[in-house]
Design a binder for this molecule. Structure first.
Ligand code: C5P
Length: 229
C-alpha cells in the first residue's frame, strides 16, 4: 500500500483553537487552513503553524485572472504554505501562471475540479456544463496537471478515475474520509482512511473525526496506523 499522508483540518474561528489542535495532534505533519480561519486570523496563523514545525495546506481555492492568481500563489509560497489550492475552472493560463509563481519554492499546487456540492443538474442548468460531474472531473484533472498543477483535490470515490487521468506522480488529495469508528456528519459518499489509501490517495484530509474525538492524538494515531496496515 502506498504511503498516504494525513492532513488535519483547522476549520475553527480562532488562533487559540487552531494552535490547540496543532499541539494535540503532534504525530500529524500537515494542517489545512481554509477561508474560515484565514479570513479571521490572517497570514500570521499560517506562520504560527509552520513555526511549530508543521506543514500547511492553504485552502483558499484561488480563481481569478492569471496575473492575480500568480501574485496570490507567490504570496502563499512566501508565507511557506507547502500546498495551495486553486480552481481548475480558471483554465490553463491561470494554472500555468500560478505554477510559474511557485516554481523553485517548496510550494505545490492542488487543483479543485468540480465541487462535490454541485450535482449534475446544477452543472447543466446553472453553469451550462453539458457533461456529468463524473465526466468533467477527470477531464479537468488532466488539463490542470498538464497546465502545471502538482495534484488534484477530489472525492474519495473519484480517486481511481483521477489517478488514471493524471498518472502516478501527481498528488491526489481527498476529503470525505470517515474511519469506521466515527460518524458520517454531513458527508455523504465517504471512504475509510484505509480504503482511500488503497484506492491510491496521496493524502487524506480529515476534520471532525479528529476534532470531535475525546482524544485527538489517539484519533490521529488510529488513522495513521490504519493507512499503514
Ligand atoms: O470534518 P470533515 O472531515 O468533513 O472536513 C473535511 C474538510 O474538507 C472540510 O474542510 C471541508 O470543507 C473540506 N471538503 C470536503 N468535501 C469537499 C471539499 C472540501 O469535505 N468536497
Amino acid at each position: 500500500m502506498p504511503n498516504t499522508d494525513l492532513i488535519v483540518v483547522l476549520d475553527v474561528d480562532t488562533r487559540a483553537e487552531a494552535l490547540d489542535i496543532v499541539d494535540r495532534c503532534g504525530a500529524c505533519r500537515w494542517f489545512k487552513i481554509g477561508s474560515q480561519l484565514y479570513t479571521r486570523e490572517g497570514p500570521d496563523i499560517v506562520r504560527e503553524v509552520i513555526a511549530r514545525g508543521k506543514q500547511v495546506m492553504l485552502d483558499l481555492k484561488f480563481h481569478d485572472i492569471p496575473n492575480t492568481v500568480a501574485h496570490a500563489a507567490a504570496a502563499g509560497a512566501a508565507l511557506g504554505a507547502g500546498l495551495m489550492t486553486l480552481h481548475a475552472f480558471g483554465g490553463r493560463k491561470m494554472i500555468a501562471a500560478a505554477r510559474g509563481a511557485v516554481e523553485g519554492t517548496g510550494s505545490r499546487l492542488l487543483a479543485v475540479t468540480v465541487l462535490t456540492s454541485l450535482s449534475d443538474a446544477m452543472l447543466r442548468d446553472e453553469l451550462g456544463v453539458p457533461e456529468t460531474a463524473a465526466q468533467t472531473v477527470p477531464r479537468l484533472a488532466k488539463m490542470a496537471v498538464e497546465s502545471g498543477a502538482h495534484g488534484i483535490v477530489c472525492s474519495p470515490h473519484e480517486i481511481a478515475q483521477v489517478r488514471a487521468a493524471v498518472g502516478p506522480d501527481a498528488l491526489v488529495v481527498t476529503p470525505g474520509i470517515r474511519p469506521a469508528w466515527a460518524g458520517a456528519d454531513d458527508q455523504q459518499r465517504i471512504m475509510t482512511p484505509g480504503e482511500a489509501a488503497a484506492a491510491g490517495a496521496s493524502m487524506i484530509v480529515v476534520g471532525r473525526p479528529i476534532l470531535k474525538h475525546p482524544n485527538p492524538a489517539e484519533a490521529v494515531d488510529l488513522i495513521l496506523k490504519e493507512m499503514q496496515a
